[in-house]
Design a protein around this ligand. Structure first.
Ligand code: UD2
Ligand code: MN
Length: 448
């Protein structure tokens, strides 16, 4: 009956101004309700809520052991240590080689000697300290370098593993070490710390957009597949996955020239599929993650760094389709992507398939109008207004039924970028494939 037990929400009822202030400070510092995070036990029990088919399953024996790598930069004590304890308390000892915490140059006091002391009492947990901020990609590489387990399992520093989260992933890898397996990522509410419960039928898989963003889509196929069967996923969210250590290195680990945050998940997803592996989500494995609306930490280099990372993905992996990326993110054309030769070499050495193969076989819904069908593309100038105004879609979520507007032509593409096709369509596909049609006195978006 303790706060948040069984993954329940904890709602603050105390109206005391002192409590209110603590709550506000917590949000400012961590971008989640730190007051609630602290109220919940570091050992909270989530209960075994898996589907029947998963509960009935016996997992293959023996399974390979794993090193769990948890990277963090200025993480809250409650979030980090609950992650650690949930791993310790929900993993069979024989499978858990070690937990490696990688401190990416945190500056918060509680992450110093207090953490070292606490962790020294937990036998299988080690800490690696990075002297200067390395970013999450290089931090994971530093953790992997120290790892001794046969499988590397990565987690963010604000997760909670549910019972038997490990066995399904390790079994898939034991059968075939070119499988990279993600758990179902449950949502830990950033305000109440309630943890969601996704049944196998409701599991979503990963997709990508032309701007190199990650997104979720309902699982496919909807019927037929057993509830305890792993589902192929075109991309992964990035933070939570298990992968054979040998295969991790065989496949080129990570792109070491990606900085701070972003892009590495798409890069790895494309690399896995195009170079002979499979990426999947196992509906029997559940791990919670606190989704935050903003990053609580500084982003050295700002959004240019994310664009730098994404541009590396486009340049190395997208072949002739990279133009699709540049049309969505024109700013990327002038951003320095650094030296790409090592990654291009890697792709050659691994004899990877083309991006065309990937969008034909792995993610056919990623639509690009065939070149031969495009009559014109670019801006629509309004001649009645001296051609200075352009058709503009202020529609960041790619919704249907949104009215087009006129805006000063800016030459940047994005909202003002359209294709006129041989079929007579006016297509706009910044985030989703949309077509335009008249509606009363307006022009609105609809599904093509
Ligand atoms: C998602 C992923 C995250 C990563 C990211 C894209 C999930 C649930 N999360 O964003 O793992 O793939 O997309 O790059 O799939 N960190 C550092 N150093 C830094 C910045 C972050 O160590 O410079 C740590 C941070 O403390 C956390 C992890 O990296 O443990 C991921 O960062 P995040 O939680 O801010 O990313 P998230 O979940 O928004
Ligand atoms: Mn995270």
């Amino acid at each position: 009956s303790g706060p948040g037990e069984m993954g329940r929400a904890y709602k603050v009822t105390d109206n005391n101004p002192e409590v209110k202030k603590q709550i506000k400070d917590g949000w400012d510092k961590h971008a989640f309700n730190h007051y609630v995070c602290e109220k919940i036990s570091l050992h909270r029990n989530l209960g075994d809520k898996r589907d029947q088919e998963c509960k009935a399953r016996k997992w293959r024996k023996p399974l390979p052991d794993t090193s769990v790598i948890i990277i963090f930069h200025n993480e809250a004590w409650c979030a980090l240590l609950r992650t650690v304890h949930s791993v310790l308390e929900n993993s069979p000892g024989i499978l858990l080689k070690e937990i490696i915490l990688v401190d990416d140059a945190s500056t918060m006091e509680h992450l110093g000697s207090k953490l070292t002391d606490y962790v020294s009492k937990l036998k299988v947990v080690k800490i690696i300290r990075l002297r200067s901020r390395a970013g999450l990609i290089r931090a994971r590489l530093a953790g992997a370098r120290e790892a001794e387990g046969a499988v590397l399992t990565f987690l963010d520093s604000h997760c909670e593993c549910a019972p038997h989260w490990l066995e399904p992933m390790l079994e898939r890898i034991a059968e075939d070490n070119t499988r990279v397996v993600c758990p179902v990522i449950e949502v830990i509410d950033s305000d109440t710390f309630a943890m969601s419960l996704t049944t196998a039928r409701a599991v979503q898989t990963g997709i990508l957009t032309w701007s190199m963003g990650f997104n979720w889509t309902p699982r496919k196929p909807a019927g037929g597949v057993r509830n305890d069967a792993a589902l192929p996923s075109a991309t992964m969210a990035g933070g939570l996955f298990a992968m054979s250590r040998d295969y991790f290195y065989h496949l080129g680990s990570y792109d070491n020239d990606m900085l701070v945050w972003g892009g590495e998940n798409i890069e790895m997803s494309l690399r896995i599929w195009m170079c002979g592996g499979t990426l999947e989500i196992h509906p029997c494995s559940h791990v919670g993650h606190v989704f935050r609306k903003r990053a609580p930490y500084s982003h050295p280099g700002g959004s240019d760094v994310i664009t730098h990372n994404n541009k590396r993905v486009a340049e190395v992996w997208l072949d002739e389709y990279k133009e699709q990326y540049y049309r969505r993110v024109p700013r990327a054309r002038t951003i320095d992507a650094g030296d790409l030769t090592p990654r291009i070499k890697l792709r050659k050495a691994l004899h990877c398939r083309s991006f065309k193969w990937y969008i034909t076989n792995i993610y056919p819904d990623l639509y690009a109008t065939p070149k031969k069908d495009i009559l014109y593309s670019g801006e629509w100038h309004n001649q009645a207004r001296e051609g200075k105004y352009c058709l503009d879609s202020a529609n960041p979520d790619g919704k249907i039924g949104v009215k087009m507007t006129m805006y000063v032509c800016h030459g940047m593409g994005v909202n003002q970028d359209f294709d006129f096709t041989r079929n007579g369509e006016i297509r706009h596909s910044y985030v989703k494939e949309l077509c335009l049609q008249p509606s009363g006195n307006s022009v609105v978006t609809f599904a093509c």
